[in-house]
Design a protein around this ligand. Structure first.
Ligand code: ZN
Ligand code: ZN
Length: 267
């Protein structure tokens, strides 16, 4: 018997309002429909304007494009498309870089990297948090190549459930809840914490951390309600892309910096 979710927690999942449905939140959604909306939806705070646009920050933005999504993701999540050298660019842990090289060599298919919109700008919290702590680059990698958990971990589930009450988007910084699971291409004997908990630096508390049986992921296999993919390419098509060039010049105009470097492929 798995201890990953208690009966009350399973019940809460059953009762969950399916994500992506219109909700009755009193908080306005941040709607980003194209480059013209960037300044309104993602205002650049004064302390960021005062920063020098150089070094790791510039390199990271140069390895990042952002897809603005319509449909269910509209106003909630954007898709980050990171170039393959992103992990070296942000000085990720050696192990993460090694994973990234392995994923590239073996041609693993990356999954869409959906990032919560409100802090998902290149001058938003998530980018700076990645630059500040290498563990978060590993979390990004889990989200790219991990497996979607049959039910979200406790924290992700709670984030989704409470979102409309507390006025935030849903689970963050990523959607959905993914981990490396035993038996998967990059998984070991034990499962990893999910990417959201890892990014939050509370991976050790994630209900999927070090689970040793694949059965753990089917903890709610008797669950017959709908836990839909919720957001996918079909229901959330890209409506605009903010290229690295656009993002770099946008930031350059508002801060100060040095010339950009290029790149091609994206995950
Ligand atoms: Zn999770
Ligand atoms: Zn978790």
């Amino acid at each position: 018997m798995s201890k990953l979710l208690s009966k009350p927690e399973e019940k809460k999942i059953r009762e969950r309002v399916p994500f992506g449905q219109p909700d009755s939140s009193p908080f306005p959604a941040l709607v980003l429909d194209g480059p013209d909306d960037v300044k309104d939806v993602w205002p650049m705070k004064e302390d960021v304007r005062a920063m020098e646009f150089s070094g790791a920050w510039r390199s990271a933005v140069g390895a990042l494009a952002i897809d603005i999504l319509g449909g269910k993701a509209r106003g909630k999540y954007v898709r980050w498309r990171i170039q393959k050298h992103f992990f070296t660019t942000v000085s990720a842990w050696r192990e993460t870089v090694r994973w990234a090289k392995e994923a590239e060599t073996k041609n693993f298919q990356a999954r869409p990297l959906l990032v919560e919109l409100s802090e998902g700008a290149p001058w938003g919290n998530y980018v700076f948090q990645i630059l500040r702590d290498k563990r978060r680059a590993s979390a990004l990698f889990i989200q790219l190549f991990g497996t979607q958990n049959a039910v979200p971990c406790r924290r992700c589930e709670r984030m989704m459930r409470e979102a409309h009450l507390k006025g935030y988007t849903g689970m963050y910084p990523f959607f959905p809840c993914r981990s490396f699971i035993p038996g998967s291409a990059l998984g070991g004997n034990k499962s990893s914490a999910c990417a959201c908990c890892s990014f939050n630096l509370t991976g050790h508390k994630c209900s999927f951390h070090n689970a040793d049986s694949a059965a753990g992921y089917l903890v709610a296999s008797d669950f017959t309600g709908s836990l839909p993919e919720d957001i996918n390419d079909d229901n959330s098509p890209m409506v605009a892309r903010l290229s690295p060039e656009f993002l770099i010049s946008y930031i350059e105009e508002r801060t100060s910096g040095a010339p950009a470097s290029g790149g091609q492929e994206y995950w």
